[in-house]
Design a protein around this ligand. Structure first.
Ligand code: LLP
Length: 430
């Protein structure tokens, strides 16, 4: 392959950006733009790296659907041996649809509804990660109504300050809405142990996302391990799983991705001492570098001394730059020689609709394609229909082959749920 411009799986061949053995220009011509393109090889590579990191201890990898829940990717990950981590009834539905065995699914989230808990219990998933005493009681009640005992793990807020690049993706700090406050966990565990229809099978944490340092994992794991020990002292010995969440970062720009060997050497011994099965819930690490968004340049313009590239993708296709100030590499499909400093913006009627600001980019012209890198995680999954824009197509590449794995939306999809002639109900009975 030629010089690697983006990441594993994406490189220039004869001057044109490719994903593995397929030209992105070919995909843009055949499928249209904007289009998300994923590299199966990259996903396999990342998954295998995690497997290798964890090989020394009993473990389960539950891929986090929220990062990217496209069915073909889920089936690929399932075929590699992954389980699923879901946070809504919708994600549970997707996981089961993609063929995950219920016993390979775990369910987290701070606001599960009664219906969602019931669906998880009826499906027979591995366990629910409960985030409050009230939720544990609700699970107990719903399990009792079904005459079953529900497996529950408690999500602990480890109360650790983090290096995540944006406040919105920090989750495990004191006072965050997630998890059970650290000093209340033993109390909730004792209560859970007394409930007849709940079995306490694990402890869980999630520190935050896009983490590059290993130390928070060490600290958090030690905190979980100390709770395991305290519970054993109090006679609670039903625990089977220690779930340390997701959060491993990837390279978008110049970040140092986490050192997996160091992770293995400083985090795993603490888990091994507990004797519990380790669970991880990675999302971004597995798919983040595996996706690119191909977009076409619609216009070039100048305003107030700035140069703009107006693309056919924007915040509706990729929200991360506008919502988190996130950096995504952007290159021209074919290099043009000259480089300009531009803002790359989308067609949406919002000033915050941009993909990059003050970015050095090849002097692309209307009709040219640009390739936005490392969008496999939280890209398509966060796409919206704002401005009644159609969500883009998704394509999976595997070696020399590609397949459309999600069709581009059509106008009819936008209005599918709308009622043309509302059926008025008279509520003025008083
Ligand atoms: N487990 C739990 C409980 C989580 O809340 C998350 C992500 C994960 C696992 C997976 O984390 P990962 O391995 O992907 O870092 N939309 C944001 C990221 C939000 C992450 C939410 N929780 C972004 O685009 O950066």
């Amino acid at each position: 392959m030629g010089q690697s411009v983006l990441t594993t799986g994406f490189a220039r061949v004869d001057g044109v950006m490719h994903c593995e053995g397929v030209s992105l220009e070919r995909i843009a011509h055949d499928v249209g733009t904007p289009v998300y393109v994923y590299s199966a090889a990259t996903i396999r590579d990342r998954y295998e790296r995690l497997e290798k990191m964890l090989v020394s201890i009993p473990h389960r990898i539950h891929y986090t659907l929220k990062a990217n829940s496209s069915r073909a990717l889920l089936e690929l990950l399932r075929s590699l041996g992954a389980g699923a981590d879901v946070v809504s009834g919708g994600e549970l539905h997707r996981a089961l649809n993609a063929g995950f065995a219920p016993a390979d699914v775990i369910f987290g989230g701070v606001g599960k509804t009664e219906r969602e808990i019931a669906e998880a219990l009826d499906a027979g998933i591995l366990f629910l990660n409960a985030e409050s005493e009230a939720e544990v009681r609700m699970i107990d009640r719903l399990a009792a109504a079904r005459g079953i005992v529900a497996n529950v793990s408690l999500r602990v807020n480890p109360e650790i300050t983090l290096d995540a690049p944006h406040d919105y993706i920090k989750t495990g700090g004191r006072g965050h809405k997630f998890g059970i406050p650290y000093d209340e966990v033993v109390h909730v565990a004792e209560l859970s142990a007394k409930l007849a229809n709940v079995k306490l099978v694990g402890l869980d944490m999630h520190l935050g996302s896009q983490l590059s340092r290993i130390d928070p994992y060490r600290e958090g794991t030690e905190r979980l391990a100390s709770i395991v020990a305290e519970l054993a002292r109090r006679g609670i010995r039903t625990l089977e799983y220690l779930d340390i969440g997701g959060g491993l970062g990837v390279r978008y720009d110049t970040e140092e991705p986490p050192d997996l060997r160091r992770f293995a050497s400083i985090v795993l011994p603490t888990v091994a001492e507990t004797g519990l099965m380790l669970i991880m819930e990675p999302g971004r690490f597995v798919v983040g570098n595996a996706g690119a968004l191909v977009s076409q340049v619609l216009y070039r313009k100048r305003s107030g001394g700035k140069e703009y590239v107006v693309a056919d993708a924007g915040m509706t296709e990729l929200l991360r730059p506008s919502h988190y100030g996130a950096f995504h590499n952007i290159v021209a499909m074919r290099q043009r020689g000259d480089v300009r400093t531009v803002d790359v913006v989308g067609p949406v009627c919002e000033s915050g609709d941009f993909l990059a600001l003050n970015r050095d980019l090849d002097d692309v012209q209307p009709g040219d394609y640009i390739v936005i890198g490392d969008v496999g995680a939280y890209g398509y999954a966060m796409a919206s229909n704002y401005n009644s824009r159609l969500r883009p197509a998704e394509v999976l590449v595997d070696g020399e082959r590609y397949a459309i794995i999600a069709a581009r939306e059509e106008y009819a999809d936008l209005t599918r749920l709308e009622v043309a002639r509302p059926d008025w109900i008279d509520a003025g009975e008083l």
